[in-house]
Design a protein around this ligand. Structure first.
Ligand SMILES: O=c1ccn([C@H]2C[C@H](O)[C@@H](COP(=O)(O)OP(=O)(O)OP(=O)(O)O)O2)c(=O)[nH]1
Length: 146
């Protein structure tokens, strides 16, 4: 499938799959100078990319890059970003430094990855009861640790 995009800032980079067959395309920091986040500090990093999804049956999910998160402590402050199909603005990466050291993001550095997925347009229907399952209401670790 083709996803039209525009670059909204000078120096912005197009979304790009790091390897053929990768599930998500990397987005880069459209910064004009390095940005340093202190431990615990949050920021919105502009990506300089706006996309046009084909319609409401599609969503783009903005996900953390695991290396950045695991090695340097920089992850997405909102967990996963939901990019609605009707959104035409620049995609921003809300980040937080969860580490104990300052983290510097360089201009052009890959900061997040964008995954395109089909999505169900569900109708939520109020009901009197829900059908029974083996799990029932068990959750939050109800099956134990091992
Ligand atoms: O990490 C993100 C998450 C969202 N967005 C953009 C695209 C999305 O379509 C829009 C709104 O996101 P969301 O619905 O999560 O925001 P909200 O906090 O519920 O506010 P809104 O009232 O704008 O829906 O913001 C981003 O650029 N990056």
């Amino acid at each position: 499938m083709e996803i039209p995009y525009i670059l909204t800032r000078p120096g912005a980079k197009a979304p790009a799959y790091a390897t053929p067959g990768a599930a998500a395309a990397d987005l880069c920091a459209a910064l004009d100078k390095p940005l340093t986040l202190a431990p615990g500090q949050r920021a919105i990093i502009p990506t300089g990319v706006a996309v046009q999804l084909p319609g409401p049956q599609w969503v783009a999910l903005l996900c953390a890059r695991s290396g950045l998160a695991v090695k340097r402590g920089l992850t997405l402050s909102n967990g996963v970003g939901v990019i609605d199909s009707d959104y035409r603005g620049e995609i921003g990466a809300g980040v937080v430094n969860l580490g104990e050291e300052p983290v510097t993001v360089e201009p052009g550095e890959r900061v997040a990855q964008l995954m395109i997925l089909p999505v169900a347009q569900a109708a939520f229907v109020a009901a009197q009861s829900l059908d029974e399952t083996d799990r029932g209401e068990g959750g939050f670790g109800s099956t134990g640790r091992l």
